[in-house]
Design a protein around this ligand. Structure first.
Ligand SMILES: Nc1ncnc2c1ncn2[C@@H]1O[C@H](COP(=O)(O)OP(=O)(O)O)[C@@H](O)[C@H]1O
Ligand SMILES: [Mg+2]
Length: 361
């Protein structure tokens, strides 16, 4: 990442609302020009506070925020030239759709003729051409959010900030809008910063994701890296499904370690965050990385014996719920076209490839 690619830089940013608890702790973050960055994390982890500091509605308790190399920590929101869409960022109900979208241009004193052509272009972009004369109350929730988006984009902002903008929409519409947002991002080449608590939404749309917990970024990565190589237990559990085995480290061998399970079985996996001998750990694997073998004898190393408890049909794959001795149930995903379709009661060997089994202290 070259320095010229960085549009926004947070250095040592902290925020406390009450003067004692830090809800954002030591935030150091570079946002690259043109990227779609999501801030993902559970409720209360500091995502909105971070976005509000970037927007200028909250000021940091410590640290500095830079835009294109210049400090903006003291710049008021309306001078930052950012587009914003929030879940409850209501439209003006007494103004038409066209006037709502025109609003940022009106306050910037853009001449009427240019205003009209830009409003039409923006409405066209969000598939609402011809709806300009209506009022917000005459549109559906999804259409209103598109108007809010058009209003955020119409003045060619330097940065677009969105906070759970699809949160109020039903699943189908939300997924549709996710694709449209991603498409718009690609077309416009603007920098998007998007807050969500929904991991699948973040994975679907983003170039990079910053995972927040407890006021700290736990990991910031491109989506595939985030999914394939979580750096700690929290990220592993928050992003994507995991099958988890509890155990204790008995040996360290370079980047891998051996873990003994309460049932006595041994597993080898990647020692992700420096677990030491005798540490209690969680060995985690994505359910689609587990290979079930319906054989009598142990087919390979790193296998656990289990019994199929339930077979659940998911349309595009099957999920097996498997019972193991002295462990929580294990979930296994298998392709529909797979060899044998198991039945409840079948015994199965679960092969956990060493490179996909990630051990976290
Ligand atoms: N205006 C505020 N005044 C006091 N506390 C706040 C305010 N806004 C947020 N908080 C607190 O700061 C923490 C982080 O909140 P927030 O940034 O909204 O998290 P998120 O968006 O990840 O859910 C929470 O504990 C929340 O209660
Ligand atoms: Mg929030």
């Amino acid at each position: 990442m070259s320095a010229t690619d960085v549009l926004v830089k947070f250095t040592g940013v902290q925020k406390s609302y009450d003067g004692s608890t830090l809800v954002v702790r030591d935030l150091n973050l570079d946002i690259q020009s043109g990227e779609f960055l999501s801030l993902l994390g559970p409720s209360g982890s500091g995502k909105t506070t971070t976005l509000m500091m970037l927007a200028g509605f909250e000021s940091p308790t410590a640290g500095e925020i830079f835009l294109a190399g210049k400090p903006i920590t003291k710049t008021p929101p309306h001078k930052r030239n950012f587009g914003m869409v929030f879940q409850n960022y209501a439209l003006f109900p007494h103004l038409t759709i066209a006037d709502n979208v025109a609003y940022p241009l009106t306050v910037r004193k853009v001449p009427k003729a240019e205003r009209e052509s830009r409003v039409n272009k923006a409405l066209d972009m969000v598939h609402l051409a011809g709806k300009g004369e209506r009022f917000p109350g005459q549109l559906s929730g999804g259409q209103q959010q598109r108007v809010a988006l058009a209003r955020a984009l119409v003045f060619n902002p330097q940065l677009v900030l969105m906070d759970e903008p699809l949160g109020a929409l039903d699943k189908q519409l939300r997924e549709h809008m996710q694709i449209e947002l991603k498409e718009l991002h690609r077309k416009l080449g603007l920098t998007f910063v998007y807050v969500t608590h929904d991991q699948s939404e973040a994975l679907t749309m983003s170039d990079r994701v910053a995972v927040f917990n407890d006021g700290l970024i736990q990991q910031i990565d491109r989506v595939t890296q985030l999914y394939e190589t979580p750096v700690n237990r929290f990220v592993a559990g928050f992003v994507g499904d995991n099958t988890v085995f509890n155990g204790q480290v008995v040996a360290i061998n370079g980047k891998s370690c051996s873990v003994q399970l309460p049932c006595g079985s041994m597993l080898t996996g990647v020692n992700v965050n420096q677990a030491a001998s005798s540490n209690p750990v969680k060995a985690c694997i994505r359910p689609e990385r587990i290979h079930p073998h319906f054989a009598v004898d142990r087919p390979a190393a790193n296998c656990l014996q289990a019994t199929v408890d339930d077979v659940i049909y998911f349309g595009d794959h099957l999920r097996l719920r498997c019972k193991l001795a002295q462990q929580a149930e294990a979930t296994v995903k298998i392709a529909l076209a797979s060899q044998t379709v198991p039945e409840p009661g079948d015994s199965v060997w679960l092969h956990l490839p060493q490179e996909h089994l990630r051990v976290y202290r």
